[in-house]
Design a protein around this ligand. Structure first.
Ligand SMILES: C[S@@+](CC[C@H](N)C(=O)[O-])C[C@H]1O[C@@H](n2cnc3c(N)ncnc32)[C@H](O)[C@@H]1O
Length: 268
């Protein structure tokens, strides 16, 4: 299982169930579901959602007819799953770790890892997680994984005017240099133990696990910097325009690192 600080963060200090419903994170959900709808099977499929948290994506997938198994190391997250509405599909949930999945080979049509990779500070653990995602996915199935950009904490602290606070510059400087994010003093509003990827190193980790990377996709793009974006997204024309532009730019190498989240789409 992951380190105590990570489990304690989600179990006691951070309400993951509220994260993607916050208006400031609306663009992350809209963009991630946009990507998933293009790369996951259209017909009802067996989807393994590793690090699925409290199941917001699992619910979205089940409501589109998929059969989702959510795996997460945090009890509070697993306990939230029975409250979800699976619609035409189904959702089951169990405690587990991305590095050692208690699932048979080839038992999923698609594997999601929208969380584990940025909570595994050691590269060898991340390659193990990719290897497990590939093992449980049938040949030809798709693996979609999320990482956090190397530059995300700099963006976040700049936007929130927090660089003058004690200790923040040191944390951001370490993130930029090594990708190794630590918050030992538990400064409010900062993340727990994590690894922030440079966009150029994502493919190498997946390929070391025997996967073929098909796409590296920036999620939020510049829209992640916009204050009160949700008010603008209420307007249908603006929403379609913003989502269309972000889709057009999602693989532009010059700006992928601008997104706080980056998705890798790989083939098993
Ligand atoms: C920020 S949450 C993301 C949840 C959800 N997938 C989403 O995208 O909204 C990160 C998740 O990764 C899970 N996680 C952390 N380390 C993990 C590991 N080694 N194996 C599986 N899941 C892990 C956490 O418990 C948490 O639910």
């Amino acid at each position: 299982m992951p380190g105590d600080d990570i489990v304690d963060f989600y179990q006691s200090r951070y309400d993951e169930s509220a994260r993607l419903t916050q208006t400031k994170n609306q663009i992350e959900f809209l963009r991630t579901t946009d990507v998933l709808s293009r790369f996951l099977p259209a017909d009802p499929a067996r989807i393994l959602d590793v690090g699925g948290g409290t199941g917001l994506y699992a619910e979205w997938l089940a409501q589109r007819g998929h059969h989702v198994t959510l795996i997460d190391p945090v009890e509070r997250h697993i306990e939230a799953v029975p409250r979800l509405d699976p619609g035409a599909g189904s959702i089951s949930a169990e405690i587990g770790d991305a590095r050692s999945l208690d699932r048979p080979d080839d038992s999923a049509d698609a594997t999601l890892m929208l969380g584990p990779l940025y909570h595994l500070p050691d590269r060898s653990d991340r390659v193990t997680a990719w290897t497990e995602a590939r093992r449980v996915c049938r040949p030809g199935g798709v693996v979609v994984a999320a990482v956090i950009s190397r530059f995300a904490s700099l963006h976040d602290m700049l936007i929130r005017n927090r660089l003058t606070e004690t200790g923040i510059i040191d944390i951001v400087a370490a993130d930029l240099t090594s990708g190794q994010h630590r918050n030992p003093d538990r400064i409010d509003g900062l993340f727990t133990t994590a690894y922030f990827h440079h966009p150029d190193e994502i493919a190498g980790e997946a390929e070391a696990a025997g996967l073929t990377i098909e796409h590296i996709i920036g999620v939020e793009g510049m829209a992640g910097f916009a204050d009160d974006l949700h008010h603008q997204l209420d307007d249908d024309d603006v929403r379609q325009f913003v989502l269309g532009v972000l889709r057009d730019l999602e693989e532009d190498k010059s700006i992928i690192g601008v997104s706080n989240h980056i998705l890798a789409v790989a083939r098993a």
